[in-house]
Design a protein around this ligand. Structure first.
Ligand code: HSE
Length: 425
């Protein structure tokens, strides 16, 4: 017996899917109880030379070949972006085909619409590969942790950013050279802007929040910052503080709702997420019963992502997955408010570059006091020939809005530059 699959998109991950299916053909056949065959591949450029062999698959640029083929029961959809990809996803679901995708943007932004279509057509929409590459975090939330009230999720969710930050810290590479290397290694999206500006992490955080809190998540409610403006100076400051900078997606249950954010964050080196290097991703799930649990693995690249794609595919073939969407999310919703980011409390790190003159430190400290922000530690270093000093402050948990008021109140001179970052406890 053969289970026929269609593949839409033959880029890095599509190539990984073909590689695993050929390398592990017999093992996968044994696990599925039948042969798994990619019958048709739809790609924008059928004639481009690639390192994989399409085998017996028909390679075409016409999606109708898949849509009209009743022998194809499931489609692996590996097209990025939202417009065309969403359209393809809907066409496949409406044609009665299960869809397995790595596209986090369509899942995060069109969750309700897509799962309703899947349910109406009695097919499955699976997306393990959309978050954290090879790490089975979707399965873990829908199965392993399903009995827990999840209180928080902290994630390093973008392999490209984690790779860049690791290379800047460990090899003193510039941001640009580290990004080039990440692209060469196949970690970055076709347009790496979405990796480095935090949007990719935001989509993944929204999906994890939705699964964790069983509530509707709007991307508009999230504070999203990327890593593009981080400098070698920031990396050095983190080292001095005994911390590392990580781009974190945070989703936390608070008394009055949930808070969501994506931003470069100082993580103390003793924290479990601090030691996660290179293209690895990691997710700390804090469940009321399981306690903090960390999953670590490769979050980007051809084979790690294809591993998750094929995990969903095999689940569908074997019948291990039967509902349209995750079981903890398609029944009823909790209605939780998303707290405006300005109203979230967290400790912050602030680095001021100032003119080294009398009264500057006092002025800064009194502004913190005026806005009821309690200071945890202060470090000042002086001594460069420009007459400048660097003052680094770590606060106790405070409102982001209060910190913004301090920065506005201090204005420019004698403050020459200010960098702020959340500090993970
Ligand atoms: N480009 C993503 C990353 C991989 O760097 O993590 C796919 O989500």
């Amino acid at each position: 017996m053969t289970y026929n699959v269609g593949l839409i998109g033959w880029g890095t991950v599509g190539g990984g899917v073909l590689d695993i299916l050929s390398q592990e053909k017999h093992r996968i056949e044994q696990r599925c109880g039948q042969e798994v065959s990619i019958k048709t591949i739809v790609t924008r450029s059928p004639s481009r030379s690639r390192s994989q062999n399409a085998g017996s698959a028909l390679v075409t640029d016409d999606i109708n070949v898949i849509l009209n083929d009743e022998s194809i029961a499931a489609v692996i959809l590996l097209v990025g972006g939202t417009d065309i990809s969403k359209e393809f996803c809907i066409q496949c679901l409406e044609a009665g085909k299960h869809v397995i995708t790595a596209n986090k943007a369509i899942i995060a932004e069109y969750w309700d619409e897509l799962f309703a279509i899947a349910q109406d057509n009695n097919v499955i929409l699976a997306f393990e590969a959309a978050v954290a590459g090879s790490i089975p975090i979707i399965d873990s939330l829908r199965d392993g942790f399903v009995a827990n009230r999840i209180d928080g999720v902290e994630g390093i969710l973008n392999g490209t950013c984690n790779y860049i930050l690791t290379m800047m810290e460990e090899c003193n590479l510039s941001y640009d050279s580290a990004l080039e290397k990440a692209k060469e290694l196949g970690y970055a999206e076709a347009d790496p802007t979405l990796d480095v500006n935090g949007m990719d992490t935001a989509h993944k955080t929204a999906i994890l929040a939705r699964l964790s809190f069983n509530t509707q998540i709007s991307m508009d409610s999230m504070n999203i910052e990327g890593i593009e403006s981080l400098s070698a100076g920031d990396i050095e400051s983190a080292k001095r503080l005994g911390a590392r900078i990580k781009l974190l997606g945070l989703a936390q249950r608070q008394e009055n709702g949930i808070s969501l954010s994506v931003e470069p964050t100082l993580v103390p080196i003793t924290h479990q997420l601090a030691s996660v290097r290179l293209n690895n991703n990691a997710i700390l799930i804090d469940g009321h019963a399981c306690g903090p649990s960390v999953l670590i693995g490769q979050g980007a690249g051809a084979l790690p992502t294809a591993s998750a794609v094929l995990s969903d595919t095999i689940d569908i073939i074997t019948g291990a997955r039967q509902q349209a969407g995750p079981r903890n999310c398609n029944v009823t919703f909790e209605s939780l408010d998303i707290i405006e980011d300005n109203l979230n409390r967290a400790p912050f790190y602030i680095r001021f570059v100032v003119q080294d003159e009398s009264g500057v430190l006092a002025k800064i400290c009194s502004s913190f006091s005026n806005h009821s922000i309690s200071i945890d530690s202060v470090n000042q270093s002086t001594g460069n020939d420009n007459g400048e000093a660097t003052i680094e402050i770590v606060t106790h948990p405070c409102l982001r809005s209060s910190l913004s008021s301090v920065i506005n109140e201090l204005g420019s001179k004698p403050i020459l530059d200010v960098v702020t970052m959340k500090y993970l406890l």
